[in-house]
Design a protein around this ligand. Sequence first.
Ligand code: JFZ
Length: 475
Amino acid sequence: MKSRQRFLFSCLLLGACAALLSAADAPPADPEGPAAKEQRLAWFRHDKFGLFIHWGLYAIPAGYWKGERSPGIGEWVMNRMKIPVAEYEQLATQFNPVQFDADAWAQLAQDAGMKYVVITSKHHDGFALFKSAASRYNVVDATPFKRDIIKELAAACAKRGLRFGVYYSQSQDWHERGGAGNDWDFPSNAAKDKDGSFDGYLKTKVEPQLRELLTNYGPICLIWFDTPQLMRDDNQQYRGKALTDMVRALQPTTLIDGRLGTVGDYQSTGDNVVPPKASDDPFEVPATLNQTWGYRSDDHNWKSPGEMIFKLVDIVSKGGNYLLNVGPMANGVIPQPSQDNLRQVGAWLKVNGEAIYGAGRSPFGEEFGDYAGNLKDRAGKPVFLGFNDWRCTTKPGKFYFTLFKIERDGPLAVFTLPNFKNKISSVYALADAKRSPLELKTAADGRRFVNPDRWVNDSIGTVLVVEIEGTKIER
Ligand code: JFZ
């Protein structure tokens, strides 16, 4: 072949390869289609465990107002106590968290084995933890602290390879006349729905602030929208399209949670609500470490490391993510008990993380529990009785059985494997670096038993690995 022809042929070949490559990594055409969603969700389905942070002016009153206890969750103090905007916004002049250290917060997330961080950039009280041209009611313009907390935390997370996301209350905003939720200073939601003030609030505050968050702070892994009040107008027209379009346009890989209104990349369950059964659809359980999201000075009801590990394994074994919350104090410090307990979860994950990160859901289901035959709830529905003896997560050719309650046959610990037909090639404790084989017994009826021997750790979960022949589970 002559050199000119060779040159032309190689140009054609290069052009074809470039076209193939660009087609391979470009997002699929329809951003709301299943292919685009699955592409965006790849990291989310792998990482499983994130840190939620609720922090803002509400950490100052910390659950009390003028000496009176505000009932419920700490970040709702302005609403529960019907504090007028003119009074509540004065808290901004006192907000000076001199002990805030973004690196310490990001390091805690990493020590806990968490892979992404989501912080309240603006909660229902309307106060922004970032510099905003759309509203001076923000940490840089309205407080003596003057530092952009979102910027500092985003940088600290990036330094550690942690993904960074923001919670943004797109409907409720008790500081604004047009925001939903404040009917003690302003008209009702119904009035705002009709008089154009809610649409005006979306246009003048929400859209510009969302644009600032998606433009000024680097890659945002997800936007955690919340309480989608008024997100449909009285003709049932969806008001969130401009927000969805903005996210898809500015950062196409950013996930939208399940509380924007209609569009979402995954489902957000109710707070602290773990579904009873497994699902192939992506979901995330937002959960508190005690009983409040925002700091309360009187809430010391911390979940133990064992409780958090069970919830993590339980949620992952059902196919979901666990977004576990801390509520820092007004001085910028995360309460020590929540730090200590989270670090113990991290120590467990250092040894057993293979059973969590990138793991698939349980193929069984009997381990979750069942509906009672003769017990009904107030709605007359059968009551679900949850079991918590063991959970199962999976990877190709492997089961990870995490044992929380060990059966005993006399002094011997024994685990009865659930039914599956695959031949077993090895059984060992994940904590055993040598992967020394554990004894496996098969009864006449085919049931198989493992003696976890000295690897049992009753209080925070023992992971047994059962390696099987083939990658298809035969039941
Ligand atoms: C919302 C907020 O009001 C709260 O302050 C906190 O930020 C939490 C994470 O989200 O509270 C909710 C929202 C939705 C449900 C429950 C509590 N729900 O759907 O059950």
